[in-house]
Design a protein. Structure first.
Length: 241
């Protein structure tokens, strides 16, 4: 949006505009005239910024580039930022997942910076026109919105970081549990591997000469296998014989 050509602003103000639009948010003061160059609140996914103009004449009358006059359009402009802040605050209170927090942060970013520039612009207007109580009220309102958005950003970012850290901790615990379970299986395999091998060997239908031996021979072979298994277990745990 460009500055309305019908506005009889001082050339000092008009000459500060380029050819590509409104530019950044700012307050311009000359000869008792105040021109506020503001941006509408950014919408989700909107990368462009729509500029609007509010002109305060030396006698205190306000004009709005949208067509109407009075201070009401400027109050409505600030209220739109306040409504957006309340909506995001409610979304934060209802958020449960990392995706919820990420969506809030994605919307908070442009709104937070735009509200910061809005407050800065109204502060400049307050310094240029120090006796206008409406400007003071709007400046204070914009400051409250900016402060709330800053706190909401920090809280949302901390909540997202906590969710990520908690998920990483859970994954680490699952990995450790899996490693521990595998370690136990390795120990069991080390203990019973010799016994299983010897059992398979003597279970073959091949004459070994031990078929007619006493039960004592069976227990000797079994205990020997267990001892060998414990020896293998020590090798698995210690890495040496």
């Amino acid at each position: 949006m460009k500055l309305p050509q019908s506005w009889a602003l001082p050339d000092t103000i008009k000459n500060r505009f380029g050819q590509k639009g409104a530019g950044k948010q700012r307050a311009m003061i000359a000869d008792g005239h105040l021109l506020l160059v503001l941006h509408r609140r950014p919408l989700p996914g909107d990368r462009t910024r729509t500029g609007v103009f509010y002109w305060r004449k030396p006698n205190g009358d306000w004009l709005y580039s949208g067509g109407s006059g009075g201070i009401s359009p400027l109050m409505k402009h600030v209220r739109e930022y306040g409504d957006a802040e309340e909506k995001l605050t409610h979304a934060y209170e209802q958020a449960n997942t990392a995706d919820d927090y990420f969506d809030i942060l994605e919307q908070l970013g442009p709104l937070r910076f735009a509200s910061k520039n809005l407050h800065s612009t109204l502060q400049s207007a307050r310094e240029g026109i120090p006796d206008d109580k409406d400007i003071i009220d709007l400046r204070d309102w914009a400051h409250d919105i900016e402060r709330t958005l800053d706190l909401l950003y920090e809280n949302t970012k901390n909540a997202l970081d906590y969710k990520i850290a908690k998920r990483a901790e859970e994954q680490t615990q699952l990995s450790l549990a899996s490693v521990e379970a595998g370690h136990r299986l390795n120990i069991l395999a080390a203990i019973f591997f010799p016994l299983t091998a010897i059992s398979c060997l003597f279970g073959m239908n091949v004459a070994s000469g031990l078929e007619n031996n006493s039960t004592t021979t069976f227990w000797v072979i079994t205990l020997t296998s267990v001892v060998i298994g414990l020896w293998v277990r020590r090798w698995v745990l210690k890495g040496k014989w």
